[in-house]
Design a protein. Structure first.
Length: 94
């Protein structure tokens, strides 16, 4: 069992372009990455996590298309399991 579990989201806009997120945290400020984050206790499932993360990072709502699978990796001695999902933006606040 992985110690940390999260979601990476491949987000498509209405032109079918993939959206990236510009990192705001000190360890990666300015770097582009796929949006996503850790599964939190209040999340019902990975799709709930994906929706929450997109609201936080893009102030947008999404519809989920599919789960592609997951990646298992070890970083600094910690086991991670990251699910990969595809989603489409359905409304954007900004």
């Amino acid at each position: 069992m992985s110690k940390y579990e999260g979601v990476f989201i491949i987000v498509l806009n209405d032109k079918e372009e993939i959206l990236f997120y510009e990192e705001q945290k000190s360890w990666g400020v300015g770097k582009l990455r796929l949006p996503g984050g850790d599964i939190e206790e209040e999340d019902k499932d990975i799709f709930d996590t994906a929706k929450r993360e997109i609201r936080e990072e893009f102030e947008a709502e999404i519809t989920l298309v599919a789960e592609l699978g997951h990646i298992l990796c070890k970083f600094d001695g910690v086991d991670y399991k990251n699910h990969i999902v595809i989603a489409k933006i359905i409304s954007k606040k900004i």
